[in-house]
Design a protein around this ligand. Structure first.
Ligand SMILES: [Fe+2]
Length: 266
């Protein structure tokens, strides 16, 4: 979450309806059309199944109530309308209550390919399909409860686990590499790079290792962690994650596999 944003979220009216402009709906339409083509055969089956369940409109931004109907029925989750930026307390409080924050703005055409801030396309297209999956839903809920109770210092560790699972997670499916992380699946460039480039390292998921791995939000990831299968998220949820945070802290962080931000000027 960055500190500054040029975006202002749209607010729903008294009936919970958000009135999007034609251009905003057209941006959604074009983002969805492009991404559906790219994720075919790359997203994990559970993500594709979740997309079918959600049955997102192709030509307009969905209303949150439409998404809620499906999430509530499948896993008891809801999406929650939030301003463009919220603090960590609020973020964890929402997840701890099975409410997934959705900033109700959509990127402009100028930022069509890449946007650091999570917009409604990222949140709904990228994350909501898997919120219909019990293992993913349970893990995200567990994470929210732990994060809400955690200290500021521990939250920094937890954020890395979230990053390498919910946002940038890969998994094995019938021996093949597939994507389940919403940060990847809402980015056309990274959807291809994450699976097909020989640049990134891909390690078997080990929560302690993920907790020790620094990341940057504004580059293609140099490291991914690969789950044996999506149900492994149930096993991670059952671990004493805060004890793993302690373990990660005493082992220390890994060297970043990326240059520091200041030196990235190009
Ligand atoms: Fe996200």
């Amino acid at each position: 979450m960055s500190k500054n944003t040029q975006y202002v979220s749209r607010q729903s009216d008294e009936n919970g309806v958000i009135h999007w402009s034609d251009e905003e709906n057209a941006v959604w339409r074009d983002l969805v059309a492009r991404q559906l083509e790219i994720i075919e055969g790359r997203a994990c089956d559970q993500f594709m199944h979740g997309l079918e369940l959600l049955d997102l409109p192709a030509d307009r931004i969905p209303q949150l109530a439409e998404v809620n109907e499906v999430l509530e029925r499948e896993t008891g989750w809801q999406v929650a309308e939030v301003p463009a930026l919220i603090n960590f307390d609020e973020f964890f409080r929402l997840l701890a209550n099975k409410r997934f924050p959705v900033a109700t703005f959509i990127r402009t055409r100028e930022e069509f390919d890449y946007l650091q801030e999570p917009d409604i396309f990222h949140e709904i297209f990228g994350h909501c399909p898997l919120l219909t999956n019990p293992a993913f839903a349970h893990f995200t809920h567990t994470y929210g409860k732990l994060g809400y109770a955690a200290s500021k210092q521990d939250r920094v560790y937890l954020a890395r686990l979230y990053w390498f699972t919910v946002e940038f997670g890969l998994l094995r499916q019938n021996g093949d590499l597939r994507i389940y992380g919403g940060g990847i699946l809402s980015s056309p460039g990274e959807t291809i790079y994450a699976l097909e480039s020989d640049k990134p390292e891909r390690h078997k998921m080990d929560p302690v290792e993920a907790l020790r791995t620094p990341y940057r939000i504004d580059i293609m990831q140099p490291v991914y962690y690969v789950l044996e299968n999506l149900d492994a998220l149930f096993e991670i949820s059952d671990m004493d994650i805060m004890a793993l945070v302690e373990q990660a802290r005493s082992l220390g962080l890994h060297e970043p596999k990326f240059p520091p931000k200041e030196k990235m000027a190009s």
